[in-house]
Design a protein around this ligand. Sequence first.
Ligand SMILES: NC(=O)c1ccc[n+]([C@@H]2O[C@H](COP(=O)([O-])OP(=O)(O)OC[C@H]3O[C@@H](n4cnc5c(N)ncnc54)[C@H](O)[C@@H]3O)[C@@H](O)[C@H]2O)c1
Length: 368
Amino acid sequence: MQMWSSEETRNKAATLAPVARALAAGGPAVRVRVETDSDSGPADLQLDGTAYATAEEAGAALKAAWPAAGRPGTVRIAGVGRFVLTEAPQDKKAGRLGGRICLVTGAAQGFGEGIARELALAGGILVIADLNLPLAQAVARSLNDQYGAGTALAVGVDVGSELSVAEMVTETVLAFGGIDLLVSNAGVLRAGGLEDMTLDTFEFVTRINYTAFFLVTKYGSRPMKLQARFDPAYTADIVQVNSKSGLEGSNRNFAYAGGKFGGIGLVQSFAKELVTDRVKVNAVCPGNYYEGPLWSDPEKGLFVQYLRAGKVPGAQSVDDVYRFYIDKVPMKRGCSPRDVTRAILYCAEQAYETGQAIPVTGGQNMLK
Ligand SMILES: NC(=O)c1ccc[n+]([C@@H]2O[C@H](COP(=O)([O-])OP(=O)(O)OC[C@H]3O[C@@H](n4cnc5c(N)ncnc54)[C@H](O)[C@@H]3O)[C@@H](O)[C@H]2O)c1
């Protein structure tokens, strides 16, 4: 008989939850919540999880025990936990995302928050993952108020830390049973030319904008692959929020642009690796979100910074700096979270495309 530590139990539960979700065969609207501390009491289906050395073996046993017709409401796997299966409410099922579980990193503010709000409007269940947990909780609360309890969950994460990313995925899977759409959005910008940029700053920007996308994909694709293995109809999506600076170099901003260019290399490579698991991987490359906090924050925003630094010749006010940048965009406005979300939804809905990087720049960047 196997004895599992509490961490092992959580890991096994996180492996078995997508399997249960796959076997439930109800599509993205099915959710599985795991209570790892409650593996006693009645359940519709029971299995002795301690009899299996690996979670994969337990998954195969779960498949063999699964009823041919109907879906159990609760599954008890001794030594692992109690799995509670529910369906998303009708209004979510009727939405474009049909109750899909969407995890957005960096979703406490800026593009990430806006994308999360648009995905919730489209019928998604949202995980608001961010370094700033109190702000992430405020966003999740407001989505639950607007679209009903259970719409959103806040999770604290540092996407630059492997342990933290692994825990983010475990927490998500124990709460909902899987991840159907993973939006890797968290990012940082530290501009600077060759003479100003320090190695520390360069490595920090690279870690959050480039390395973190590897970590988020490594751990985030696991429940997707498992669910796809047990459900032949299942597909999932990973979308990186890249940038127009991933398509064209950016003067005195090479740490950012280099990481974003690299992100497209990762997107193409992950797309090739994960295609056999029916996980698509794409990038969206937004133009500047001039109305968002990164640019418009009255104290730390880029408009104020560029005015103070004299980056725009002759500019006397924030408005002059704004004009200078808006004039570079053929459509004469900044990119909005709705613009970006439309491209993300395209990636998720388009069944015959992977490894792409889609510009969303009002005509500022055009594909060659
Ligand atoms: N704002 C723009 O004009 C613009 C343009 C193109 C692309 N982008 C990209 O969009 C994404 C979001 O940018 P934004 O402008 O909304 O940024 P923002 O600074 O407004 O928000 C970023 C969010 O990410 C979180 N975050 C930062 N580091 C983190 C970490 N280590 N772990 C977890 N969360 C972390 C922050 O707490 C914040 O909530 C980035 O990838 C950025 O490169 C932004």
